[in-house]
Design a binder for this molecule. Structure first.
Ligand code: ADP
Ligand code: MG
Length: 597
């Protein structure tokens, strides 16, 4: 699973020599023509680099490994192929560096240089095709089963199609061995193994993109019920330091209903990644009870690693995501944090003396971000099945300023914007997604999902919740001037309802055993009960009941805490709570009638 190249022997003359070096970038005088994006091996350790610019016989190279010790005059060799990774059945369940080299969890990073002994991994292969079958590109040729990973298929790589002239019988093989021989339309013969290489900057082709239909369900109420993400969609999660980006990304990785999780820790501090690196291998998949790692690939690239490796980790991750999508699976990719990648682009650009754009970022920042997010999608794969890749990128704007370039550009390419708010986080209100600064452009399509789950009223209820929250913000500004008691009853009622929506519905602790996951059925029950409260209390207020009397009803405390108190196995308790609400409200109203009488 390494990025190993077919590297020439040591006595072969180098293709270039280093003339200048600055951190992760260097210039070299080339003796042979390199191609743009060609992978190169740098120095005697043969560090992996990539040609990022060429003018006449000078090349600019970005090196993905620590360049300490490299000097002008050191040799450089081209590989003849673009920066690529090997995709195969060994990926699941492992932790890799940005170049897709297995990373020992004990904290020992792989040695520099790509020339590593390949792990000899063997997999149980069961053929899915027979001699004489005519196969389209991307077809599954066999199934792979591993004790420690979910079932997978191995695919004909894009670009290969034809008639099967031999196929391995069921048995164990290494992922490099030929398991299928194919004859194409021109009679050329191709040996196909369980794994194949793919250039990371090239999106893997699909038959076509198809419109999104359902959500990537996350079990987080403020996302699913308020700002839902379509399966195959793109979301960003901007937030200042400590607003809960990492916790939310990890929560999504654990609970979202994807078949495969690709988690990229990009340039965050090592201790931030520790949760993922050490916690994940021990976690259970809440749905299957199997280890979560069986369907997970982690790509870890911490702040102590060369900055340019962040770029590699982003492209590597999205390529791995597409590979599983092509097997007809639902893939979710979380990247924490895309800002560290942008900072790496800025650093490399600065060292090259490029003309800086906004906040020092290079002018191509925006198009790089677009390239990344555009690889998300809900697609028909080359061989027919439907697969999806959803991308969720964390953004860490300095000083939580959302007008900075990384956040503003990201906004152009995502359809869901989950704005994490510093003051909500400071009040320990989690998830700190701000209901008025966030949005989802997928809500119209996703109404269907809620309808199928028995809540055709969802769009109306959602709108109503948001309206109340907007009005709350306006009234609170006013109340700061005139005092809350000066507000008329109808407005005090709005504040009471908005407070209930926040406390009972939007707040959801990732660390609560009962509430960390909320099924669609439970979200609906809660949404309906809160809507019912709004209606009933509104009537009561209209009939003269005082808002402060409603606020102190015993049922209010239970409503606020219903997420914590009513678990997935006790949904009927919501009906009981509604009954209690009815009783207490009617007592209040009777009191009013009585007083008036
Ligand atoms: P960031 O990655 O944005 O810097 P973190 O994800 O590390 O922030 O969150 C900081 C702290 O906030 C966490 O250690 C945790 O205590 C708290 N926190 C964040 N999100 C949640 C959540 N959803 N539920 C409960 N606590 C949370
Ligand atoms: Mg973090």
């Amino acid at each position: 699973m390494t990025m190993a190249m077919n590297s020439p022997g040591k006595d072969v003359a180098p293709d270039a020599t280093i003339t200048w070096i600055s951190g992760p970038v260097l210039r070299a005088r080339t003796l042979k023509g390199f191609r743009i994006n060609e992978a190169v091996l740098v120095g005697t350790h043969r560090l992996l680099g990539e040609v990022i610019r060429i003018d006449s016989n000078n090349a600019v190279i970005q090196v993905y490994e620590d360049t300490t010790g490299l000097r002008p005059g050191d040799p450089l060799t081209g590989t003849g192929s673009p920066l690529s990774v090997r995709l195969g059945p060994g990926l699941l369940g492992n932790i890799y560096d940005g170049l897709l080299r297995p990373l020992a969890v004990q904290g020992d990073w792989v040695k520099p240089g790509v020339d590593q002994v390949r792990l000899e991994q063997r997999f149980l292969f069961t053929p899915l095709v027979k001699v004489g079958d005519r196969l389209a590109a991307g077809s599954a040729i066999g199934a792979v089963s591993r004790k420690d990973a979910r079932p997978q298929h191995c695919l004909l790589p894009p670009g290969y199609q034809g008639d099967v002239i031999s196929i391995a019988e069921a048995g164990t093989y290494t992922d490099h061995e030929t398991v299928c021989v194919l004859s194409d339309a021109t009679g050329n013969i191709h040996d196909i193994a369980m794994s194949h290489r793919w250039p990371v900057r090239t999106p893997r082709p699909v038959a076509k993109r198809i419109p999104v239909e359902g959500p990537l369900f996350t079990g987080q109420r403020i996302l699913d019920s308020v700002f839902p993400l379509a399966c195959g969609g793109r979301a960003a999660m901007p937030g200042g330091f400590g607003t809960g980006k990492t916790v939310l990304q990890e929560t999504l990785a654990k609970w979202c209903d994807a078949d495969i999780i690709i988690y990229v820790g990009c340039g965050e501090r090592g201790n931030e990644m520790a949760g993922v690196l050490h916690e994940f291998p021990g976690l259970e998949d809440p749905r299957t009870g199997r280890p979560l790692m069986e369907r997970t690939v982690i790509i870890a690239n911490t702040s102590n690693m060369p900055v340019s490796a962040r770029e590699a980790s982003i492209y590597t991750a999205v390529t791995v995501g597409e590979y599983f999508r092509d097997q007809g699976l639902r893939v979710a990719l979380m990247a924490d944090s895309t800002s560290r990648w942008a900072e790496a682009l800025r650093e490399v650009s600065g060292r090259l003396g490029e003309l800086p754009g906004e906040a020092g970022y290079p002018a191509y920042l925006s198009s790089r971000q677009a390239d990344f997010y555009e690889r998300a999608g809900h697609v028909r794969t080359l061989s027919g099945p439907v697969g999806s890749l959803s991308i969720i990128g964390a953004v860490s704007p300095p000083s939580a300023d959302f007008s900075e370039p990384v956040t503003t550009h990201t906004k152009r390419y995502v359809r869901c914007f989950w704005a994490l708010d510093v003051s909500r986080a400071q009040a320990r209100f989690y998830p700190a997604v701000h209901p008025l600064h966030s949005y989802s452009e997928d809500t119209e399509v996703l109404g269907q999902f809620w309808e199928q789950h028995g809540n055709p009223q969802w769009p109306k209820q959602r709108r109503r919740f948001l309206n109340l929250l907007e009005e709350q913000a306006r009234l609170e500004r006013m109340a700061r001037i005139v005092g809350k008691d000066a507000l008329p009853p109808r407005q005090q009622h709005v504040l009471l309802c908005a407070e209930l929506i926040n406390e009972a519905f939007l707040r959801q602790s990732a660390f609560s055993k009962i509430d960390r996951y909320c099924s669609a059925e439970r979200q609906i029950a809660m949404m309906k009960l809160i809507t019912y409260f709004i209606d009933q209390s509104k009537k009561a207020v209209a009939a003269g009941v005082r808002v402060e009397d409603i606020a102190v009803l015993p049922v209010m405390r239970r409503l606020r805490r219903m997420g914590e108190e009513i678990g997935e196995d006790k949904l009927d308790k919501f009906d009981e709570l509604r009954q209690t609400l009815d009783n207490e409200c009617s007592q209040l109203s009777r009191g009013v009638v009585h007083d008036a009488g």
